[in-house]
Write a protein that binds this ligand. Sequence first.
Ligand SMILES: *[C@@H]1O[C@H](CO)[C@@H](O)[C@H](O)[C@H]1NC(C)=O
Ligand SMILES: *[C@@H]1O[C@H](CO)[C@@H](O)[C@H](O)[C@H]1NC(C)=O
Ligand SMILES: *[C@@H]1O[C@H](CO)[C@@H](O)[C@H](O)[C@H]1NC(C)=O
Length: 795
Amino acid sequence: MWKVVWAALLLLATVCVQRGYTKEAKGAQSLGHVSVVIVGGTGDLAKKYLWQGFFHLYTNQVSSGYSFSFYGGGLSPNDKATPILFEVLKGVVCPRELSVERCALVKEQFLRLAEYRQLNTSEDYQALGKHLTEQLRQEGLVEAGRLFYLSVPAFAYADIAEKINNNCRPTDGAWLRVVLEKPFGHDLSSAQLLSTQLGASLKDNEMYRIDHYLGKQVVSKILPFRRENSKHLDLIWNKHHIERVEIVLKETLDAKGRISFYEQYGVIRDVIQNHLTEVMTLLTMELPSNLSNTKEVLKNKLKIFSALQRLDRNCAAIGQYQAYNAEVQEELSKTREHFSLTPTFAGIMVHIDLAQYEGMPVILTSGKMLDERVGYARILFKNDIFCIQSHSSVHCKPKQIVFSFGHGTLQYPAILVSKNLFKPDLMDTEWKEVTEHKDVSVLGLPISDYYVLTPTVERESYAELILHIFQGRKDSFISAENLLASWSFWTPLLQSLADTFPRLYPGGADNGNMLDFKLLGRKVTFANEALVMVTQDHMGGSGRESFQVMQGKYRSADMVSAWPEELIVRLAGDLQVAAENAVREGGRFHLALSGGSSPLALFQRLARHHYSFPWRDTHVWMVDERCVPLTELDSNFRTLHDHLLQHVKMSYFNIHPMPVQMNQRLCVEEDSGALLYESDITQLVNASSFHFVLLGVGYDGHTASLFPGSKLDASGNSLVAFTESPAKPHQRMSLTLKAINQAQKVGVLVMGKSKHELVTQLSRVKDNPKHWPITGIRPTSGRLVWYIDYDALLG
Ligand SMILES: *[C@@H]1O[C@H](CO)[C@@H](O)[C@H](O)[C@H]1NC(C)=O
Ligand SMILES: *[C@@H]1O[C@H](CO)[C@@H](O)[C@H](O)[C@H]1NC(C)=O
Ligand SMILES: *[C@@H]1O[C@H](CO)[C@@H](O)[C@H](O)[C@H]1NC(C)=O
């Protein structure tokens, strides 16, 4: 009986609260009863934000005529979780406007209205449904609605939604609202699947997909601000005046402790696809004629999505903080061979195909382990005034509007308009102008050069959004249509980045200018292309023992570098990944390997450590061969056979030695060995495009058996050719540049101190395949990666 207590009575007197409400009071005041269920009610998010948000709702609505009951649900049995829940509930704090006595009273009340329930099986949900209905009946209450907040991992959504649908729908005429937290899928198809699964149990208007960024006061003020200042902004909110838009979320924390989540998502899925993209749409969408019209708001957002230019790998610069890989190995119990390509930093340039914004870059950037914690959007305007005495004139300073979401040098949320733009209108009593400042700078301007607006009362975004859910306002939530539009936009980029090496960065202030990126037309590249050397102190172990791999650029292609053992581990790992991908996609992996001594260690590693390598579906081809019988020690095939092929389980049919010996003679043009090999490739390898070609490079810059000065026509059409070597045996058979450049991935392995001079020299020369055949390796649509050990790189 005591559980449902009329809020209105709280106002009358403290003595009444225990049990003392009457039926009459209920009837007179009742707008109906609301049951709130937080599934995952003792989880982190609930502890940190949700209970506080619902308590805020309760204090806000306590005298509105609604009555409430609250349930924290979880998998644990009642006796275990009830004390935990009450520990959390005791921690909620009152809004400042409540007096101490009143706070104590309301809080006590709130605690009485809350209970824990085990919600695991269908029977548990059935019992909950029964309990809710029974309670209404006993108390003679009219039901207003039921609010379920699913604060659980996304994989559980569909199942819980089904249980709610089957067991916990409210009585006729009352609403059902089910709140979901991101992630809503990890790409377009998974988001579609989730959407379909949820759609089987819930109507779209019953689902509230929350993006807590939309509850941030500054973010939710973007549209009203644009409206209130439209007389200033209408003229300048376009490509003619805006230099660029930057939307930035920098974090100082790492992903430790939540790697199993992060490894599947990465920075783009974690915060850019949702939070930053939402901010971008708010800044660029057409202003709805009525800001409180949810339909119009969502429709205008959708228009932006359909005008976004498709992104490819060139539109993004990605990084990974250096300790990340070790954290992955540890938290996911991976071996030292495991390498993660998950980006923890990304800078992305977006363009909008609307006449208003044509050519105007929108930059979205976020990362972990950066130098400061800050979130903001900045509209930087063009400045066409040339100042002679630059410091004396306000015209010369950046013209910008900054929406500062919180943190950073400015300790409060604010909208800042540089004084050389206009003085913003303040039409909203919930906002005020700040005129007294600490001595700080924001994005290149002292704070005194801005007009600064801030909310009169700071509010937590969950509390704000929970209030919206209670009011049934959907404009600050993600509709199914908008969600899918966002994933359609991001998925192609995510796919194209899936096998791109992120640049490693050490973290914090040590990042220096490593992550600065520049915009070149439609392309984003790191501003500092130079080789970057990073030490790996945080990775455990020491000296040569500790794992050290660095990534950088060499001859404008990707480079991986490490001590020799680690480099081989890395290359073998990359080969295995390429093999697994190829087999998954087309059932076969076509690998072309070269001779020489560098790959021996690789062959040994593949033979001894990669038990799960899909050898059965792998075809091994030769990059080149000497014109000697295949059984001779000189033969590249013989080396490959002895060190790799005889140790792995492969079908004889999948091994393709070069036919250098035909009709009991070696490499005679009229025996057409080269043509024969070429026709094997054409028949077996899809589009004659090998999945992976592994090359070495000689002191003279030769690769495969393509030697300097060779008459081989680099643009020739054959895939296989006879060539001449300056060294014995002079005659060779080799894949041509064309065959190699058609490959999907080309790795060049360079090892040993003796190669240092060559590496240095090659880093300086221009492409000149005649003198330096290796410089003719430029995959047409595939990727080139240099694997250079530290001995060769650093000498
Ligand atoms: C939840 O239900 C499943 C299936 O009935 C059961 O195996 C599991 O032990 C239950 N979990 C808890 C914590 O009771
Ligand atoms: C704006 O839309 C809201 C919600 O649809 C409606 O209640 C309100 O009357 C509208 N205001 C105007 C001026 O049309
Ligand atoms: C074969 O190559 C073509 C064109 O390069 C490509 O579109 C197709 O997906 C490939 N097929 C398989 C099975 O890999």
